[in-house]
Design a protein around this ligand. Structure first.
Ligand code: 13P
Length: 478
């Protein structure tokens, strides 16, 4: 009976185009996030906030399940309905964080162990009776010059495996989360190496604890460079490194891999998720289980005020939809000119320049002008093909109307007469940066476009530039 229930839950959580909302911040974590937005953290303010999230109209179009914190599963919505029941009525599967947080691992400075195994069997039974159908346990692996140690990885892997076995016994789908942190100056390759190693320990432990791999979900970090690493890997690099790491370490019996956002900006998390989703022939369903990347703009908008609830809910829906669309790797099929409509030449332009995963284009790129991401990364935008790839990424995630609005908004903020040109873009970088800093505080930050707008660069083709396939803002020393 349990196995069937677990199976149905697993399938439902991995519904196509849907991800999981992680709303399971512990009291100290949510307190810190509230404080950053000037919101007092009380039992009632936390309850109101969670109600705002869960009652968002249309959320179940993009979200399959919600991870709750212990306090929340014991709370009720303002109509007196327990949250787990209210979620289920809205078509959202309730889940529960069951670990009790991390504590320092004795004798291993800088490393931690996740606690919460004591009494877990009884707690799981209780959560199940309250309506929870899946659970989460997070272990944390930092990267440093001498970290992580084998011992810390194995200790956490064993705890994750014991937790997973207990969940399956209780009829709950375990989400196992061995997060490798993005703090630090490590490279993308190092992140891949550590993540692969941690996953190796985890699956060895899961197998030795006889956990059924087909009835668990892996929640994992994307393979990205550390926050202090100079330079950011582009989307293709992240997707490629993540693919390599997961294919080497995760058995195909695992039905689904959920990515966490881990402190990336909302926009980066979505773009990278979309890039990973496009990797062909992965044996697992790919999805997301984001906390911060879904909630940051919600809190910014809400500010703890009842009058902002609707606007905050639309922020959540917006982010959930963007990520849901990323799962579909959606490509709008319109051929309407979206940007720079005056551009006279609709001739198709080759998009792929030796990328490992060619992407289909549904929109003639030369009609769009160029939307280039990451102004700080000018040096990496070295070809027309790459510029078009960035365009495709955006178009895949945002409906054309939104991109058009972004475009108009950026334009309205720039000094009149600003002329954008492929070879002139570098000269305009300073100006662009000033405009984007200003934009960062304004409405597009709140609507989740902050990072895109920050890096948005419009490129208006000239006939001469169109003739030169490889001449988009090439770095001077390229
Ligand atoms: P983030 O997406 O903010 O990393 O949160 C996901 C999560 O549930 C961490 O355990």
């Amino acid at each position: 009976m349990h196995a069937l229930s677990i199976h149905e839950t697993t399938v439902a959580l991995l519904a196509p185009g849907k991800g999981i909302l992680a709303a399971d911040e512990s009291l100290p974590t949510l307190g810190r996030r509230f404080e950053a937005h000037g919101i007092p953290s009380t039992s009632e303010s936390r309850r109101s906030y969670r109600e705002l999230l869960f009652a968002t109209p249309g959320l179940s179009d993009w979200i399959s399940g919600v991870i709750l914190f212990d306090e929340t599963i014991h709370q009720q919505n303002s109509s007196g309905v327990p949250f787990a029941v209210a979620l289920a009525r809205s078509g959202l599967i309730p889940g529960i964080k069951v670990d009790k947080g991390i504590v320092p691992l004795s004798n291993f400075e800088g490393e931690s162990i996740t606690q919460g195994l004591d009494g877990l069997r009884e707690r799981l039974m209780s959560y199940h009776s309250m309506g929870a159908r899946f659970a989460k346990w997070r272990a944390v692996t930092p990267i440093g010059p001498a970290l992580p140690t084998e011992q810390a990885m194995w200790s956490n892997a064993h705890s994750l495996a014991q937790y997973a076995a207990l969940c399956q016994e209780a009829g709950l789908v375990p989400i196992v989360e061995p997060e490798v942190l993005m703090d630090g100056a490590h490279s993308l390759a190092r992140c891949g190496e550590v993540t692969q190693k941690m996953l190796g320990s985890l699956f060895t432990s899961l197998n030795s604890h006889r956990v059924r791999l087909e009835h668990l979900l892996l929640k994992v970090n994307m393979v990205i460079s550390g926050t202090d690493y100079p330079g950011v890997g582009d989307l293709a690099e992240v997707a490629h490194a993540t693919r390599e790491c997961l294919l080497r370490a995760v058995p195909a019996a695992v039905p689904g891999i959920l990515f966490l956002s881990g402190g990336q900006s909302a926009e980066s998390a979505t773009l990278r998720l979309a890039a990973i989703c496009e990797v062909p022939n992965l044996p697992w369903t790919i999805s997301f289980s984001f906390g911060r990347a879904l909630q940051e703009s919600v809190m910014t908008t809400w500010k703890g005020k009842a009058e902002n609830v609707r606007a905050a809910q639309s922020e959540l829906l917006h982010r959930a939809a963007a990520n849901g669309r990323a799962l579909h790797s959606r490509i709008p099929t319109t051929s309407r000119p979206l940007l720079d409509a005056a551009s006279p030449d609709p001739a198709p332009v080759p998009v792929n320049s030796g990328e490992t995963n060619p992407r289909p284009t549904a929109v003639p790129p030369s009609q769009l002008g160029g939307i280039l991401l990451q102004a700080g990364n000018f040096g990496s935008i070295h070809s027309r093909a790459e510029a078009h790839r960035f365009q495709s990424e955006l178009l895949r995630i945002h409906p054309p109307e939104e991109i058009e609005r972004m475009h108009q908004y950026v334009r309205s903020k720039l000094p009149s007469g600003t002329r954008w040109g492929g070879t002139a873009t570098r000269e305009l970088e300073g100006e662009f940066r000033r405009a984007s800093d200003q934009l960062n505080d304004e409405r597009y930050r709140q609507s989740g476009f902050g990072d895109v707008v920050k890096g948005l660069l419009l490129w208006v083709e000239t006939a001469e530039e169109r003739a030169d396939e490889n001449r988009i803002s090439r770095s001077p020393d390229a």
